[in-house]
Design a protein around this ligand. Structure first.
Ligand SMILES: NC(=O)c1ccc[n+]([C@@H]2O[C@H](COP(=O)([O-])OP(=O)(O)OC[C@H]3O[C@@H](n4cnc5c(N)ncnc54)[C@H](O)[C@@H]3O)[C@@H](O)[C@H]2O)c1
Length: 247
């Protein structure tokens, strides 16, 4: 991917950070975004040490004006955009009855609207020379999850968005896929696991492989989906879940 440019939303943490590392390792210039500038600069310093080139842009991906500026800064800095991994997202723990309107709207804004906005501003630049987009769904985009209706609805919506965009640009040199990880050890899981190895083992046991996944295992799949090795793959919702949805 030498000479190519990748934009990774949510690249300051967890799966996004591991994805940024995978792209830098293969020679791409990487732009990451997030809301915490200090944290973003720390990650960029790590990425530049790999060696590679990376840039942090402060942006809330749920706001159109900030996503537009993020993509514009990426292209004005590095001259092009080849790949986008739209990974930023948040969880929500409240049953169908307990979920509030405020929580519902927040999840739809941060998980779904952000992804549409990201593609809206990324696609016109990727069209210039072709490339690929990977959108972050979840196993919860394929099956239900007790206690997380808003999250499940948002991750199902992402697959619909991905399939539609994939069809719209299939003949124009852009492949667009969704990735559906099982439970992955990242900061998002901290409130659930609370540092307790027994809880981690219980969550891991729900996956046929018998453990939780790592951010690097998901990053490897995202990187492959963007690479030329996946040249006939578009409109897919690819599981990286230790067999979870095969049960
Ligand atoms: N960890 C899991 O088990 C798991 C499983 C399936 C899918 N996912 C999805 O993977 C993605 C990454 O999660 P993670 O596990 O790496 O957790 P994480 O909390 O480490 O990362 C989430 C990232 O999203 C960013 N983010 C959140 N809201 C944002 C906003 N409004 N604007 C810009 N950035 C924002 C955060 O800054 C952070 O970088 C999420 O979309 C999540 O739903 C996670």
């Amino acid at each position: 991917m030498t000479g190519k440019v990748a934009l990774i939303t949510g690249g300051t943490s967890g799966i996004g950070k591991a994805t940024a590392q995978a792209f830098v390792r293969s020679g791409a210039k990487v732009v990451i975004c997030g809301r915490n500038a200090e944290r973003g600069q720390e990650v960029v310093t790590e990425l530049k040490a790999m060696p590679g080139d990376a840039l942090f842009v402060k942006a809330d991906v749920s706001k159109a004006v900030e996503v537009e500026a993020l993509v514009a800064t990426t292209v004005s800095t590095y001259g092009r955009l080849d790949y986008a991994a739209n990974i930023a997202g948040i969880g929500a723990y409240a049953t169908t009855v307990e979920c509030t309107e405020k929580l519902w709207d927040l999840i739809m804004r941060v998980n779904v609207k952000s992804l549409w906005l990201s593609m809206k501003y990324e696609i016109p630049h990727i069209l210039k020379q072709g490339g690929a987009i990977v959108n972050m769904s979840s196993i919860t985009g394929l099956v239900g999850l007790v206690g997380q209706p808003a999250y499940a609805a948002s991750k199902h919506a992402i697959i619909g968005l991905t399939k539609t965009a994939a069809l719209e640009y299939a003949k124009s040199g852009i492949r667009i896929n969704a990735i559906c990880p099982g439970s992955i050890l990242t900061p998002m899981q901290d409130p659930v696991i609370q540092g307790d190895p027994e809880i981690e083992a219980q969550i891991g046991a729900r996956h046929p492989i018998g453990r939780m996944g790592t951010a690097e295992e998901v990053a490897a799949a995202i990187h492959w989906l963007c690479s030329d090795a996946a040249s006939f793959v578009t409109g897919a919702a690819m599981t990286v879940d230790g067999g979870y949805v095969a049960q």
